[in-house]
Design a protein around this ligand. Sequence first.
Ligand SMILES: [Zn+2]
Ligand SMILES: [Zn+2]
Length: 330
Amino acid sequence: MISTLINAFEDGIAALQTWLYVDAVQPLLYHLGLMGYDEDAYDALYWVIVGVVQIAVMYAVLRPWEALMPAEKWSDRRATRVDVVYTWIAKLGVFNIAFFFLLQPWFDHLQSLMAIYGIPAIELETLWPGVTDKPLVSFLIYLVALDAAGYWYHRWQHRFGIWWELHAVHHSQRQMSLWTDDRNHVVDTLIQSAFFAGLSLLIGVEPGQYVALIAIGNLMQSLQHVNARIPFGRVLERIVVSPSFHRRHHAIGYGHEGTRYGCNFGVLLPWWDMLFRTASWDATVEPTGIRDQLPRPDGSHRTYGEGWWAQQGHAFVRIAHRLRVTRTSA
Ligand SMILES: [Zn+2]
Ligand SMILES: [Zn+2]
C-alpha cells in the first residue's frame, strides 16, 4: 500500500520533471551555453519539484491549522516571516541531492578499495541479503537507522559550544511556526547534508529512496514546529515525534540550556529519547527561545538577529567570541 503510494508519487514527479526539463530547463541551458550541466540540472530539478510540493502541502494543511487552533496566541506573526525565507531556500535547495550525487563516485571508489583489502561492507544488502528486494521493508530500516543517527547528531549540536552557536539560529525563534524547521545556519545545513548523504551511501540507500526519505522526514519536521494544537494521544506520540514533544525541546529552561542538558532531541521517532532517558512528555506550553534573549533579570536581552543575513553573521561573531575566550583561559 505505502510502497504503491511512494511509486505513484515518484512516477508523477518524474513525469513533471521530464516535462519541465524538456520545455523549460534544457532550452535555457542551451541558450546560456551550459549544456555540460544538463544531467546535474535534470537531477536537481527533481529535488526542486519535491520542495515545491512540500511547500504547497504546508500552505494548504498546516497554515490553516495554525490560524484555527494556535498553541500560542500572538498579536502578529512578524517574527515568523524570516522563517518563510529559510523554508523557500531550504526546500528549493539542492544541497542534499548535490551531496548524494557528488559523493557517490567517491563511495564507489572506497567500496572497491574495501573489497580489495577484504574489509566487510556495512550495506544493508550485505547484512541481510535479499531485503532490498522488498522496498517497503528496506525503506523502514533506512528510516530508523538514519533517525538514530539524527538523534545523536542533534545531541552533538547542543553538546559542543561552537556547533551550538550554529544550532542557536534554529532555537532563537521565539514565535515557533510551521516554517521554523528550516531556520538553520547555512554551515550547519551543509554539514548535515554531507553527514546524511555520506551515511546513506555507506548503508546502500538507492537515490530514489533517498529523495523519498528526505522528503517525508522534512514534512514531518515541519509538522513538529507548527503552532497548533494537534492531539497525538499517548500512544501515537510515543511512536512518532509530536508537535508538543518537539515544542518542549524548544522551551526555555526545559528543552535545552546552553550545552548543559536538554530533552526531546528525537528527529522523527521519540524512541531514542526514551532509550537514552532524555524524553519529557510534559505538554505544558512554555515560552520558546533561548534564555539569554529574555529581558533582565532572567536573561541579558541578547539579540540573535532579525533578518537572514544578521542571523547568519551573529553566529560567526558568537563563535569567534567563544574561541577567543577558550584561548584566553588556556
Ligand atoms: Zn535543538
Ligand atoms: Zn526544532
